[in-house]
Design a protein around this ligand. Sequence first.
Ligand SMILES: Cc1cc2nc3c(=O)[nH]c(=O)nc-3n(C[C@H](O)[C@H](O)[C@H](O)COP(=O)(O)OP(=O)(O)OC[C@H]3O[C@@H](n4cnc5c(N)ncnc54)[C@H](O)[C@@H]3O)c2cc1C
Length: 383
Amino acid sequence: MELRDEAMVTRIEHDGSRASGVRWVDAAGDEHTEPADFVVIGAGAIESPRLVLLSDVDDSNGWIGAGTMFHWFTDGFGIWLSERIHAGRGRDSSHAIDDFCDPDFPGARDAAAAAGLPYIRGGIVEMGGTTHLMDEALQYVELMEIFDTDKPFGTRFKDLMRLSALRDRLTGSTMIAEDLGRRSNHVDLDPTVRDRYGLPVAAVTYAPHAHELAAQEFYTPHLVGLIEAAGADVAGATAQVGTPDKPAPTGNIVPGGKHLMGGLRMSSDPTQGATDPFGRLWALPNVGVADSSVFPTSGAHNPTLTIFTAALRNARAWAGIEGDPTLPATFTEGQGTGGDTGSDVPGAAIAAGVGAAALGGAAAVSWHRARRRGQASPDDSSH
Ligand SMILES: Cc1cc2nc3c(=O)[nH]c(=O)nc-3n(C[C@H](O)[C@H](O)[C@H](O)COP(=O)(O)OP(=O)(O)OC[C@H]3O[C@@H](n4cnc5c(N)ncnc54)[C@H](O)[C@@H]3O)c2cc1C
């Protein structure tokens, strides 16, 4: 496999029914075309849909770019006046509970019914992160600079560190909750703003659904209660999802969470998603998507392991190792433009994006394993 850094893929080349490669720009701004039998996209849930939109792929069902999801976060905090909690001595935010993911959590069904919904789901709660030592020190220095410009250090600084209001007496517990996929939340091409290549940037349209607002209202007090029950003297939480009429305390409407999903969602029905159940574009079956844009739902847990799992599962199907034999074969001997494969996997897998580069590797690895077990290679695949 050859990895080309500083390469911006600007278009999937195709004839309307099959991709033939990608167009890309190098760091010097020179444009290239790379032929491929199979194209893998892994540019993330904003840029992958954007690339497909930039490529003028058939979108008669209107799902390319649709179904964008952000996990919505609720930040809880506890202040511990009567004891030091030493949160920094353990793992950071890796302790978690997932009770709030359960639609049958006590009271959740009633809250859903009151909001006219069949269920509500919160999300995983990462417990007890705190400020790190150096971060705490820097924050005190910044604070002291406001009123003590000449001497933002010394005894007063040491006293603050000993008191440790921002580290040893403060914990943060964050709920990372499910955002439902809605067709009206989507990525499309901005009509006016262009990137440095002159291409339209992605524009994101988002509004929370009744589910997110009801779940946030129900679970925020539970998050506070959990921190209080742990012994905090003061506990609170800041909700992040709002509407134009009722913005969140942070002023947000779009959740500030950094988990981006959807936009090329998988579906067994082409009228309900942009990609087939193995992440191939319905419009161009030799284009596979290997990132969170294939998620039809966001789930109530951090996404990265699911991205890996879905990419590996789908790569095995693309390589003809496992998958649904009723779906069109990805690799057919002699098909395509025959890029320089340089590997045992027939056909070049051109990857847009780092995640997809890993996936291209995953496809190759899976096939090597299959060969060791004496299974058919993708070339031999009869489906
Ligand atoms: C601050 C922060 C904290 C996070 N914490 C967690 C966490 O604790 N747990 C968790 O599970 N997830 C976490 N996430 C989310 C997680 O990082 C993402 O879900 C994950 O990185 C997505 O992986 P990806 O490979 O799909 O996309 P990305 O990691 O976004 O990779 C896409 C790549 O494609 C490249 N690219 C884009 N467009 C093109 C193009 N046209 N041509 C070529 N290359 C292109 C980009 O430069 C990028 O390198 C966090 C994210 C952030 C920002």
